[in-house]
Every structure is written in C-alpha cells, then in structure tokens.
Design a protein around this ligand. Structure first.
Ligand code: C5P
Ligand code: MG
Length: 216
C-alpha cells in the first residue's frame, strides 16, 4: 500500500470540513449494511465496510497481509489496526481524488476496538457521530445463521459467531461507551423491520444536520 501524505489542518490526512465521516456500529448481523445502502441512496454517502475491505485484501493476490487477515477473521478477532486504518484511508483517498477532496463516508463495522478509533481520528479525520444499531444477541444469532446459508463467509458458523459476539461485547462495546460519553452516539433499535429501522435512522440524520441528497 502506498504511503499517504498528510494534508489536514491538525496533522490528519483530511480536514473534517471537507470530509464527513459517520461510523456505523452494531453487533454482527444488526443490519448495518442494509441501512447503509439506504443512506447511500438518499443522502449521497459513500459506503465503506471495514470487513469488506479486509476480505478483499485477504483475497488479493500478493497481499502480505492475506494469511494474517484470514486467521483473525476466522477466529472473530480484531485485525491489527494499522492494516484496517490504512485500507480505509486508501479507499477514501481513491474515492475523493476526482471530487476536489470533498466527500462523505459511512464507515461500517469500524472502529471495533479503542486503538482503531484513536488511530483513525488522530491520523485520518475525526468522525461526526456514531450510528449504533442495538440488537439482542438471540436475534443476531438467528440472522447470522440464516445469512450463513448463502453468504459463503468463513465466519457465519455457530463457532465463529460465538467468538464474534464475545469480541463485540468485550472489545467493541467499550468503543461505543467511549463515544457515548462524548455525546456522539445515535442509538437506534435494530429489532424491527428494515423499513421501520430506517425511519428512525432518517430522524437521527436530521437531528445531526445531515441533508438529504437533492433528487437528480
Ligand atoms: O464487519 P464484519 O462482520 O464484516 O467483520 C468481519 C471480521 O473482520 C471481524 O469479525 C473481524 O475479524 C474483522 N474486522 C476487524 N476490524 C474491523 C472490522 C472487521 O478486525 N473494524
Ligand atoms: Mg457487514
């Protein structure tokens, strides 16, 4: 991966005036991807999924990180943060290079560990707020096992799911708590139908001053 030069005001790659970032968190299977697709359509965000970027890097021929990523994902552990932050930063740079450096991004499934959060906000750009999809474990497990029938993912099986839940509770929830204390979390219940959940998501966007994309 190429080095990234710093251009933001406080030593970050991007300035928060030009690059809007909303972190999207929630247990595995909470519906983050589904709701992000709605937000891309209506608000003009770009969607970057940390898990998808890691899976692409894992499968990329010649990647020096492929084997390591594979192992972490199968075990439901958090990949060392330098790799994930760099993949996100590169994807953001690629996306805004033809857009006068401006962009807005939903970063899905990130940050899942405190060091990822700090490293990203210190070196890439501070986030605007965090959209957190709240869902009980029984419901998440049901959804993941169902998805596992067709997803082809190495980690949508009972054993990996248990480990992912444990990582989520022990490692990722403290990140949500940290941002909550900063007043940066919008908590949305993810138990209802996707349509109902999206109604609540739209209310939170309005509350945070994110405008709907003008219709073409
Ligand atoms: O978000 P998703 O469920 O697709 O993530 C799959 C796996 O990718 C996680 O269980 C974890 O191993 C890895 N991951 C990570 N750091 C992130 C997001 C995902 O290590 N921020
Ligand atoms: Mg996902």
């Amino acid at each position: 991966m190429p080095p990234v030069e710093k251009s933001g005001k406080s030593g970050t790659t991007f300035s928060p005036e030009e690059v809007k970032v909303v972190f999207v968190l929630g247990g595995p299977g909470a519906g983050k991807g589904t709701q992000c697709a709605n937000l891309v359509r209506d608000y003009g965000f770009r969607h970057l999924s940390a898990g998808d970027l890691l899976r692409a890097e894992q499968d990329r021929e010649g990647s020096e990180y492929g084997e390591m990523i594979k192992k972490y994902i199968r075990e439901g552990d958090i990949v060392p943060m330098e790799v994930t932050v760099k993949l996100l930063e590169n994807a953001m740079k690629e996306d805004i290079k033809d857009k006068h450096g401006k962009g807005s991004f939903l970063i899905d499934g990130f940050p899942r560990k405190m060091d990822q959060a700090e490293h990203f906000e210190d070196t890439v750009v501070p986030s605007r707020f965090i959209l957190f999809f709240d869902c009980p474990e029984e419901e998440l497990e049901k959804r993941l096992l169902n998805r596992g029938k067709t997803s082809g993912r190495s980690d949508d099986n009972v054993e990996s799911i248990k480990k992912r839940f444990k990582t989520f509770v022990e490692t990722s929830m403290p990140v949500v708590k940290y941002f909550e204390d900063e007043g940066k979390v919008e908590n949305v219940s993810a138990v209802a139908s996707p349509e109902e959940v999206y109604q609540h998501v739209k209310e939170r966007m309005e509350k945070r001053g994110i405008p709907v994309k003008p219709r073409a």
